[in-house]
Design a protein around this ligand. Structure first.
Ligand code: NAI
Ligand code: MG
Length: 357
């Protein structure tokens, strides 16, 4: 029996359009071995569209993809279009309207990928996940500006932390830690931010009572940033607010080697709406159009999508194939010090799909 999934593809701009076809090719190859079929609907929502038509996506864009099983997004952003336009015109509406309140970023230092950290720091292996709150917190639209152009000009931006919003992200992170090595670290700053962060800490302590199998601690975000660099092996799951999680996950991706390898998932755990999978990197205008982008971040996203759709064996097969290329061959893209094109690396991954089973 074959299960068919409808996937909304939003390649976006620049190398976003170059890394999604490899992800789809890998999905098709792995799917064929597991009775899964993918039917793709492609949408041209992008900065190119914004420049031509004045909007990143059509007015009924969200309606067009609301009933798909998942969304795969390449990258959006292009010189000449302010970044807040591409973000607030496309990514943030999708995350918020589809209640994708979990942003998940796995961090692994891979065999064959040089990390900027010294080998002795990496000897115990680095394998952790950043869980970022994705719909509230510091990234709110509440606030405003006053007295523009006068000496008393001012801006106010409110952070919003709700009991419901914090509780659900904490429960997700505790559960995830329970399925992994059982250690959760909460990112806080309750010594400096005196209302929202003590509330966050209070809810962490409250929720911990419901997850007795998980050891947890909390660290102030500044000290935590230093520890992620100095002792990354100690972390299993790190949970943080929208802003702290955003910064930490880019820092963590940097210690893992190349931004081109890092994946992210925006999840609606209740599955009332489609979840969205997107590599961490942007549109890379400096290398766009050359066919040399690293497709691993996007391919890893395909694996996370398979996990979310309930096919973790298929997801694991994708990673085994992709990581195997880096660990066992010299085929790699330029960002990892190789000479392979996007297509050559993808071909090598495809040749290994299922090779170890
Ligand atoms: P970027 O991630 O596009 O590029 C940073 C550097 O990393 C560049 O030198 C690029 O060549 C390299 N790089 C990135 N991905 C790569 C890959 N897969 N393979 C090989 N090399 C890779 O970040 P940048 O330059 O700050 O932003 C460019 C545009 O992308 C901006 O408009 C920005 O707003 C947007 N952006 C979009 C994101 C998204 O769609 N979620 C995330 C980050 C940036
Ligand atoms: Mg970021």
């Amino acid at each position: 029996m074959t299960t068919t999934y409808r996937i909304a593809l939003i390649p976006g701009d620049g190398i976003g359009t170059e890394v999604l076809p490899p992800a789809c090719a890998v999905l098709d190859a792995v799917g064929a071995r597991h009775g899964l079929q993918f039917s793709y609907d492609e949408f041209d929502w992008s900065c190119q569209r914004y420049l031509a038509e004045g909007a990143m996506m059509p007015a009924d864009g969200l309606e067009q993809i609301r009933h798909h099983d998942s969304i795969l997004l390449g990258a959006v952003g292009w010189p000449g279009v302010p970044d807040h336009v591409s973000l607030w015109g496309l990514l943030i509406p999708i995350r918020r309207d589809f209640r994708q309140y979990i942003n998940l970023r796995p961090i692994k230092v891979l065999d064959g990928v040089p990390s900027p950290l010294r080998p002795e720091i990496l000897k115990d292996g680095v394998d952790f996940v950043v869980v970022r709150e994705n719909v509230e917190g510091e990234y709110s639209e509440i606030g405003g500006r006053l007295n523009r152009g006068f000496p008393e000009e001012m801006a106010v931006q409110e952070a919003v932390f709700t009991r419901a919003g914090v509780t659900r992200v904490l429960d997700y992170a505790f559960d995830l830690a329970g399925q992994r090595r059982g250690v959760l670290t909460s990112a806080t700053k309750s010594n400096g931010i005196v209302h929202t962060m003590p509330f966050w800490d209070q809810l962490v302590a409250e929720r911990s009572a419901h997850h007795p199998g998980v050891r947890w601690d909390q660290e102030h975000i500044d000290a935590l940033a230093a520890k992620v660099v100095l002792d990354p092996a100690r972390f299993d799951v790190i949970v943080g607010s929208n802003l702290f999680g955003d910064i930490l996950s880019d820092l963590a991706a940097a210690i893992a080697g190349s931004i081109g390898t890092a994946p992210a998932a925006n999840l609606n755990p209740e599955r009332e709406f489609p979840s969205m999978f997107e590599p961490v990197h942007g549109s890379a205008p400096d290398i766009a159009g050359q066919g040399v982008a690293n497709p691993l971040g996007a391919i890893w996203c395909a694996s996370m999508m398979l996990d979310h759709l309930g096919h973790p064996e298929a997801g694991a097969e994708v990673l085994q194939a992709a990581f195997g290329v880096l660990a066992e061959t010299s085929v790699r893209t330029r960002d990892l010090g190789g000479t392979a094109t996007t297509a050559e690396f993808t071909r090598e991954v495809l040749s290994r799909v299922g090779a170890h089973s």
